[in-house]
Write a protein that binds this ligand. Structure first.
Ligand SMILES: *[C@@H]1O[C@H](CO)[C@@H](O)[C@H](O)[C@H]1NC(C)=O
Length: 354
């Protein structure tokens, strides 16, 4: 009896611990899906160690980095920040045509840091289009990076960390064919020759597709056709019918269009990570204001917790573009996407911790 009681007590503690860890895992899924991109095209940005401290200060636990900058990787050591690491498009050809080069890239930029940096994704290329000369190298480069990760890790600890890293690619929204409404959309046919093998690769590896989703650009590129409140998450419910669903914001419509396109391409099990989205505060038309950026990004952070009409209740992993205003970008409107000024002050109030 005594021993039974002890066992029973033990079981209760285990159950409590289990429930507690499930709760923590669940909190992590629903509460920490917001990341911020760290572009470095400014001549006045703070040094990487201060930038990492700023991520921590504002509880930003995910970072997208566009190339393996050694100072940033060093600054990330020991931090609680999960990293989406880019492999720049100008490296695609050398990586695709030599497994040795791919192995060296993974050794120098991933495995050398794997004991203390949390790599989440390797993003091979960004917004590669079928007309880009390096386009045919995108898929083979992804394969070689995957092979490098699988074969290069030596120690058990290193391998378990490495095996969690997903190799993927980020597409611009130009991958989508123009049609209407969201449920009728598909990927552009001219992307098929490299997109279809990639979708098969992602499905096999249970990796997400990365998509840069900018309601802002859809709005400015279709003058007079899209309501501003529909892009800012402030329109009334049911504004755009797509039976049996309906849309009150362009972000959801763009996401669900991508899910419909994935289903049409036979890749309906993939999830979509929003690898960039945001709003610029200056340099464009009347819509490029601090107020609109504040409204868009704050509503976005709240909104992505709840999924979309097509995938309700499934939080969307989302990266806001971007951390800082970058004064070396062109044209003018590209310089003003930052949540922060280079002096580390928020440009407008934003709550990133919903
Ligand atoms: C877009 O879709 C339409 C209808 O399926 C098709 O005729 C057209 O070729 C597609 N365009 C592109 C660029 O994929």
């Amino acid at each position: 009896m005594a021993s039974n009681q002890a066992n029973h007590h033990h079981a209760n503690i285990s159950t409590t611990l289990l429930l507690f860890s499930l709760l923590l895992a669940n909190l992590d899924l629903t509460g920490a899906q917001i990341g911020v991109t760290y572009g470095m095209l400014g001549d006045n940005l703070p040094p990487p160690n201060e930038v990492v401290a700023l991520y921590n200060q504002y509880n930003i636990h995910r970072m997208r980095l566009y190339d393996p900058n050694p100072a940033v990787l060093q600054a990330l050591r020991g931090s609680n920040i999960q990293l989406m690491l880019g492999l720049p498009s100008n490296s695609l050809q050398s990586i695709a045509t030599s497994q040795d080069v791919a192995n060296a890239w993974v050794q120098n930029n991933v495995l050398n840091y794997i004991d203390s940096v949390q790599f989440r994704y390797i993003v091979v290329g960004n917004e590669v289009r079928p007309t880009d000369p390096f386009c045919p190298f995108l898929f083979p480069a992804m394969q070689n990076i995957q092979t490098a990760i699988e074969t290069k890790c030596q120690a058990a600890l290193e391998c378990s960390a490495a095996n969690r890293i997903k190799v993927t690619a980020a597409f611009g929204y130009g991958v989508m064919n123009v049609s209407y409404p969201p449920s009728q959309r598909s990927f552009r046919e001219d992307y098929g020759f490299f997109l279809n093998p990639i979708l098969g690769f992602l499905t096999k590896n249970q990796a997400p597709l990365l998509l840069n989703v900018y309601p802002y650009f859809a709005y400015v590129n279709n003058p007079g056709q899209i309501r501003l409140d529909y892009t800012l998450f402030t329109a009334p419910p049911g504004l755009i019918p797509d039976p049996p669903l309906s849309y009150s914001n362009l972000f959801d419509a763009m996401m669900d269009a991508a899910y419909s396109a994935l289903e049409r391409a036979g890749a309906g099990t993939l999830s979509v990570v929003v690898s960039e989205t945001g709003w610029t505060t200056a340099g464009g038309g009347a819509e490029t204001t601090v107020d609109n950026a504040r409204i868009y990004n704050n509503n976005l952070v709240r909104h992505v917790k709840g999924g979309t009409p097509k995938r309700p209740g499934k939080p969307i992993e989302t990266y806001i573009f971007g951390m800082f205003d970058e004064d070396q970008k062109q044209p003018e409107l590209e310089k003003h996407w930052g949540l922060f000024s280079p002096n580390k002050q928020l440009k407008y109030p934003i709550n990133l911790n919903h």
